[in-house]
Write a protein that binds this ligand. Structure first.
Ligand code: FE2
Ligand code: FE2
Length: 333
């Protein structure tokens, strides 16, 4: 939805009118503006400037074939692991869709006041992630540049539509989990890339994503205090229906399956390293004093998390068996 300017400047609603009517998105955006300002100032204090170009080994770069008549890309030039190649492409294409993400959050949160300052600052920080990863991939010849460019065109031409555009609270809840998911994905990609330079770059990017998560998580905390029942519903819905932002990219299912087995991102990681840290920090399962709708959402969330944990345990067992088979096959050769 679009927040019309007149709604942004309307007088704050009285507590009495809210207790019965519930919170509209426009009212929530106004009510949270002060929190956004505090969190924005805190973010600007802790976010240190860094230079993406310092993380790219330019001395390894050389001309490609085509216009400049250099050397064509071939697989043996790539020094990152096969798993690292898949993960780097997924992460880069996810970052590449920033124009669509910007559109979605600017439409939801607006471009004025503290919200607007955050939206633009966040976009600027996200912008360097795609730049830095692409520079690294091209300078080191880590992946096929033609395939990469074609995948970028296909992916960006599709655009990205938020699953949560219908609700401000769902949008805030989603980004709190999604920023942490992105952080973990970058960090694990670096870890499995086989290149310490790549690992160093992705650790730096993961640090940005962590600060984004903290911003949205603190905002979600305030939302749970202001509108506990509605915020609880939003958290439950978002956790239950969670999809990674890059789900629409070419070959996503296949890549995601390989990343799961390889340990870059899977159900266990999603449950233990993404959902639980945010939920525990916000004490979501311990929040009391909820109305019937909030209680219902909290219970649904609890049931879902137990089922997810059980599913993750089954995945762990399948993964261990598959890796053992692979190791045995490798030993035979
Ligand atoms: Fe990013
Ligand atoms: Fe981020």
């Amino acid at each position: 939805m679009t927040i019309a300017p007149e709604q942004r400047t309307a007088a704050a609603p009285s507590a009495a009118s809210l207790s019965t009517a519930g919170w509209t998105d426009a009212r929530l955006i106004m009510a949270l503006e002060e929190v956004v300002e505090v969190e924005l100032n805190r973010h600007l204090k802790v976010a240190k400037e860094w230079m993406p170009h310092e993380y790219v080994p330019w001395s390894l770069g050389r001309d490609f074939d085509g216009v400049l008549g250099g050397e064509a890309w071939s697989l043996e030039q790539s020094k990152v692991t096969p798993l690292g190649r898949i993960a780097l492409v997924v992460n880069l294409l996810t970052e590449d869709n920033l124009p669509s993400y910007h559109h979605e959050i600017a439409t939801m949160f607006g471009r004025e006041g503290a919200w607007g300052t955050w939206v633009h600052r966040w976009t600027a920080e996200e912008g360097r992630h795609g730049i830095a990863i692409r520079d690294y991939l091209l300078a080191t010849r880590a992946v096929d540049p033609v395939e990469l460019e074609r995948a970028r065109m296909t992916h960006m031409a599709e655009g990205f539509e938020s699953d949560n555009a219908h609700s401000m609270l769902h949008s805030v809840a989603y980004v709190a989990f999604q920023e942490l998911a992105t952080r973990i994905s970058h960090r694990n990609t670096g870890h499995f890339s086989g290149d310490p330079i790549c690992d160093q770059l992705l650790a730096k990017i993961a640090n940005d994503e962590n600060l984004h998560m903290v911003f949205y998580r603190n905002l979600l905390k305030a939302a749970l205090e202001i509108a506990p029942d509605q915020a609880m519903r939003a958290v439950a819905d978002v956790v239950i229906d969670f999809r990674m932002p890059g789900h629409g990219m070419p070959g996503f299912e296949r890549s995601a399956a390989q990343l799961a087995i390889g340990g870059v991102y899977n159900l266990r990681i999603h449950h233990d390293d993404v959902l639980q840290p945010v939920l525990r920090h916000l004490k979501v399962m311990e929040i009391g004093g909820l109305g019937p709708a909030g209680l219902q959402a909290q219970q649904e969330l609890g049931v879902f998390l137990d089922a997810l944990d059980a599913q993750a345990t089954k995945f762990d067992e399948r993964q261990a068996a598959l890796l053992a088979r692979r190791a045995a096959n490798a030993a035979k050769k």
